[in-house]
Design a protein around this ligand. Sequence first.
Ligand code: WT7
Length: 635
Amino acid sequence: MSNYHIKHLEEYFQVYRKSVQNPEAFWEEVAEEHFFWRKRWDRVLEWDFTKPEIKWFEGAQLNITENCIDRHLRSRGNKTAILFEPNDPGEAAEHITYRQLHERVSKFANVLKEKGIKKGDRVIIYLPMIPELAISVLACARIGAIHSVVFAGFSSTALATRINDCGAKMVITSDGSYRGNKTIDLKGIVDEALKQCPHVETVLVAKRTKEKISMKNGRDHWLQPLLDKAYADCVAEIMEAEDPLFILYTSGSTGRPKGMMHTTAGYMVYTAYTFKNVFQYREDDVYWCTADIGWITGHSYIVYGPLANGATTVMFEGAPSYPDFGRFWEIVQKHKINQFYTAPTAIRALAKESLDFVTKYDLSSLKVLGTVGEPINEEAWHWYNDHVGDKKCPIVDTWWQTETGGILISPIPYSTPTKPTYATLPVPGVQPALMDENGKEIKGNQADGRLCIKFPWPSIARTIWGDHQRYKDTYFSAFEGMYFTGDGALRDEVGYYRITGRVDDVIIVSGHNLGTAPIEDAINEHPAVAESAIVGFPHDVKGNALYGYVILKETGESRDRDNLKKEINQMITEHIGPIAKLDKIQFVPGLPKTRSGKIMRRILRKIASKDTSNLGDTSTLLNPEVVEQIMKESL
Ligand code: WT7
């Protein structure tokens, strides 16, 4: 029996049982089946969640790009690897074959080398969704440089923080980017960021919008002329299994983002395995994930997972609403997409528009639909199922995280009966546990608790770059010997999991993880602001929107409130990016605090959600009069 295509629920249970009875034998079999190893591993797994230390396939040597590209050249050389669909529907799509990808990655890798980048160096990639993004990621991996992609919607301050945190020597960017009918001056943002980053020696600039930008002599180089001169072959660097592959930043409960570090062999094996099983990818399918490569979804399920399977993966530069709300479905029809993977926030936004945008197009090529990033509500699930999938396509509600590297809980199409709003069952090899408030595991079905994972899977992040203690504190200290996800979940009577949302200070807005602390830090930078607290409240498209409670300094009291609100959102845009802007801002005289000085966010959340009939236990509340006033003036 192949570990690859699981076809029936019975088979799922068989595979699952085997995978947990002997995880090492299970993953060894997967690793043996489809990859190209320069040297075989000595040990499959070594782990200790208390340190924490996790090593998969130690002793093995490989290069992930040989697995994602070279390995396919003989049988799939002329097959499309990356299908690029530009922002403007009038611009032709670009089909990059595996052979062309090999050449473009090799040339790019040679440019990196020529500019002094070596194995272990960090390279920041700040690019829109154009082919150079995927190619530069792979070029780094080709030579063993550690890529760190920063989503091109982040501000210059957020970019600078990440550049400095990982000590990058190089930034790869473009002149600008398109988003719908707007252009964004990416190079200008990079220039602004680099004022704070003295260690960056080189900036490579891809041409996209052709707008006039400034180039700093000696530091900045147009990419194309360098590529034109580069040699079209680049020997892949031989990497150890646990050599870092990339760093990807995610928000946390303090102001500093966490650089999640992923390593080579385990990440490759896991993303390839889950891609093939969760999407039931078949050789000639065309697969499209609408995420941005600036997030983990794009890393694992646009680039590495699909390419490791020799798949055709679509990269879309634009927005779902441009030129109109039918764009996604127009692309599905045009490229005969078989697997389509998107976020609940996009589904909700499209479901609000006329159904004509959907019915106008032939979506009969679709076989599997996916969702990721936040809990999907029942209404959105049914809309997706009925109108996009025509009730024929299984929906895979895939639960995972930047930290997990790959999908951990998801239905397997055509095997796992789906249930709206349920991510259903763990992927083989994944051992979830629900924990109660006292740190005890809740056994049996019909349970509700904090979601942990008991045993390592190959693509778990190995550390937070430069701060192993924080890695331990954040993920391995809440529940002894377990990885804590930060999510709450319930388990139904048959053992299906439903993720109920974050139980920490992270709020998911339109599928983007936002920590409350960095936003509060940004607001507090405003000279008129004394203190602030951010909570989420339900929003019918974004899932959650942000509600800010702001205490003004005396000097701010006389200022115009509407102007202040604008300035506060401007502050957030500068420090983080427009995705973190507040929907509502309420100026308050104080914040509800406990005697120990902790803000009682629970109360603020209730007020923001207009759910104040029962505020719960307020016995430790220091200042009940403030709560009364906030409630009276709430928005
Ligand atoms: C958080 C991780 C994994 C790629 C995108 C997000 C939430 C993710 C689901 C889902 C309910 C989900 C969780 C998780 N989440 N997928 N299918 N159902 N919630 O990665 O930015 O690291 O966010 O997203 O709360 O902890 P991320």
